[in-house]
Write a protein that binds this ligand. Structure first.
Ligand code: ADP
Length: 366
């Protein structure tokens, strides 16, 4: 009888609680014991009450909730081997032999590292007399499965991450509110949206809200972008638009990687185009609220698949990450997905925007 733990880690996202619910219930339905690790890797390193057995009714009502009801944290201790050694001891103490982690690329990298190190961690526990040889005997292999939870949709190999469509929906609602007042006063608004190195939220918000101009990290504007943007906004005004919406991704920069700040865009629209311009930073509103239908569906189908992957895994199976590709729930290599994700960030950092765009495109066409 397997004992499967689920954890949320890194930045919170709507749908994470739904994923926990699905993993807990599918685990129980499969005749196994379910556990939740509270506060991300922090709970794994602390152990004790931070790792709780979960029952069917413990996750009642969690499907629609925003954020994560088992908490999340950034944990420095887990990045070091002594922290991971303590985590291994705590898992063995609870009899847990499989871990499902819902988080971003950092969390999933940590998970794969943990699994890779597991045999040597177990050996060290015995050597240091933190566990006896008999205690570690049933725990020769750790089973790890990743679920991608992030509002940014910044993970390669999957079309959507759990939380990204809820966040996009929230951004659209906010822009709709701004639209009404912008239209009334004929104002321009510069709206900063989240996404870190990824422009997905900004691009999709731009499309969904009919923005005049969008700034993305992967595809920075031309070197003469100040003039280009002002010309486009002026043209739209000439054509009769009463409002102007410019969306700036938080990671936006020019072709020399200098950040493009909403305040600079505002000054251009005010001084060069002569528009009454305001800046709105949407901030953490983008993470809040209930999970949209798509994220509930994704969290549930992927949570179920994660438990199936645990039950079918052999010691030789590479750690999988559960993805969605062309509307199908699929398993992919966790390490490959993380490596491909880092490639996009590396391409941006080395100003190879063509490759960054191609890699992002591949995610949609793969
Ligand atoms: P995200 O999962 O959203 O990308 P982070 O990058 O902050 O967020 O990672 C969340 C947590 O995962 C970190 O606080 C740390 O505990 C763990 N982690 C991240 N990278 C590693 C790593 N290379 N090795 C071990 N643990 C890591």
């Amino acid at each position: 009888k397997k004992r499967i733990a689920v954890m949320t880690s890194g930045g919170d996202a709507p749908g994470m609680s739904g994923a926990v619910r699905a993993v807990v219930r599918q685990t129980i339905a499969s005749g196994c014991d379910a556990f939740a690790v509270y506060e991300g890797y922090e709970g794994l390193v602390q152990g004790g009450d931070m790792i709780k057995q979960m029952y069917w009714e413990d996750v009642r009502g969690w499907l629609s909730e925003g954020g994560t009801l088992i908490g999340t944290a950034r944990c420095m201790a887990f990045k070091e081997r002594p922290g991971r050694l303590q985590a291994a001891k705590n898992m063995i103490a609870k009899g847990i032999d499989a871990l499902v982690i819902c988080g971003g690329d950092g969390s999933l990298t940590g998970a794969d590292k943990f699994r890779g190190e597991w045999p040597s961690l177990v050996q060290e526990l015995v050597e240091k007399k933190m566990c006896t040889a008999e205690e570690v005997e049933p725990f020769k292999h750790l089973n790890v499965v990743g679920l991608v939870g992030s509002i940014d949709n910044d993970m390669s190999s999957t079309d959507a991450t759990i939380g990204c469509y809820s966040s996009l929906q929230r951004i659209c609602q906010a822009v709709d509110f701004i639209d009404a007042t912008a239209f009334s006063h004929q104002r321009a608004f510069v709206i900063e949206v989240m996404g870190r190195h990824c422009g997905w939220l900004a691009l999709m918000a731009g499309v969904s809200c009919g923005a005049d101009f969008v700034f993305l990290p992967e595809n920075p504007p031309s070197t003469d972008w100040e003039k280009d943007m002002c010309d486009i906004v002026k043209k739209h005004r000439t054509l009769g638009k009463r409002k102007t919406i410019v969306i700036v991704a938080e990671g936006a920069h020019d072709r020399d990687l200098n950040p493009i700040k909403p305040s600079k865009v505002k000054d251009l629209l005010s001084n060069e185009v002569g528009l009454d311009t305001r800046v709105t930073t949407l901030g953490h509103v983008q993470r809040g609220g209930t999970a949209c239908a798509y994220d509930r569906m994704l969290a549930t189908l992927q949570g179920v698949e994660a438990v199936k992957a645990v039950l079918e895994a052999t010691p030789e199976t590479p750690s999988p990450v559960i993805c969605i590709v062309e509307n199908k729930i699929v398993r992919k290599s966790l390490l490959d997905a993380v490596a491909l994700t880092h490639k996009v960030a590396d391409a941006i950092e080395s100003k190879d925007f063509g490759t960054a765009m191609k890699l992002r495109d591949a995610e949609f066409t793969e």
